[in-house]
Design a protein around this ligand. Structure first.
Ligand code: ZN
Length: 303
């Protein structure tokens, strides 16, 4: 009885303590980082995601209502690596809030691609190489683990009274990530090395490819307006045939006539949807689910 009373007093006291400290207000410009903020912060954090699930983060621009939330936030979390072209605007309105460019603390991987000369019939220039920094660092689980550490440390600095809570939440999440990476390694081991070829239209998978030994072939900017007879499509067909690729992963927005041309003239199939730009819907609504969806989709289509 005595110990029960003591327990009651303790939980009352801790409730009072928690109430005394306002939850940390966090403004997040990435669906991935929003999950980390919520998992690490728990009840001690109020995390607001500004980029809706399914929205294109490359095209996203904060609305006045977003800027208003940012102006009273304690922390603003960004993917960085040039994903948020509007970072200057956020810094301007952020007031006392700390702008944390999480991706800036993660090593970059660069997309190396051939820069084709454009214009049909023009004298073909020799192929040049260009390098583009891939901003989609979360497609490496190891990078996610680093991001969890960065966010745990930032939250702990601002709310030292919750340091232990943030530490144990981060440890639980980190364990899930380690399990996910082990699962992904086993699953991808089902694919022989020479089958690890990813043909896709969005330059988003360099980190993933580096971790799992994939070679990526990007179809430069294939869009809804491309016609089956275009040079771009001809290049793609050539790549698919030369590399003996079994499946192509195209964006939903690509012209259906082009997709049909790919499948009928190369024998490759359409591999299904990969989530490139953040969390998705259905089974991809969590990081774990999104990552497993991508791995399963690749393995099923290419094996
Ligand atoms: Zn992207």
């Amino acid at each position: 009885m005595k110990s029960m009373l003591f327990g009651l007093v303790l939980s009352f006291l801790s409730a009072v303590c928690l109430e005394a400290v306002e939850p940390l207000k966090v403004s997040v410009f990435s669906t991935i980082l929003n999950e980390i903020a919520q998992k690490v912060g728990g009840d001690a954090v109020k995390s607001i995601g500004h980029v809706p699930v399914g929205a294109d983060p490359h095209e996203f621009e904060p609305r006045p209502s977003d800027l208003k939330v940012v102006s009273s936030a304690d922390v603003i979390l960004l993917s960085a690596k040039h994903m948020e072209g509007y970072v200057g605007k956020l810094r301007e309105v952020s007031g006392k809030g700390r702008v944390i460019e999480v991706g800036a603390q993660i090593s970059s991987v660069w997309v190396e691609r051939e820069a084709h000369s454009h214009g049909e019939g023009a004298k073909a220039e020799p192929h040049k190489h260009e390098k583009i920094e891939d901003p989609h660092w979360w497609h490496s689980v190891e990078n996610m683990r680093k991001a969890v550490g960065v966010i745990r440390d930032e939250f702990s600095k601002l709310r030292p009274e919750h340091k232990a809570l943030f530490g144990s939440n981060a440890a639980v999440y980190d364990k899930e990530l380690v399990d996910l990476q082990q699962w992904a390694k086993r699953r991808i081991a089902e694919l022989p090395r020479d089958r690890r070829k990813l043909v896709t239209s969005h330059e988003a998978f360099e980190y993933f490819a580096k971790d799992f030994g994939f070679k990526v072939f990007y179809v430069e900017g294939l869009t809804a307006s491309d016609q089956p007879a275009s040079k771009k499509v001809a290049d793609l067909l050539e790549t698919v045939q030369a590399q003996k690729v079994k499946a192509v992963f195209a964006q939903d927005s690509v012209n259906p006539k082009v997709l049909k041309e790919i499948t009928s003239s190369t024998g490759a199939k359409l591999g299904g949807q990969l989530w490139a730009d953040g969390l998705g819907t259905g089974d991809a609504a969590t990081y774990d689910g999104m990552f497993r969806h991508n791995v399963n989709t690749l393995v099923e289509a290419l094996k």
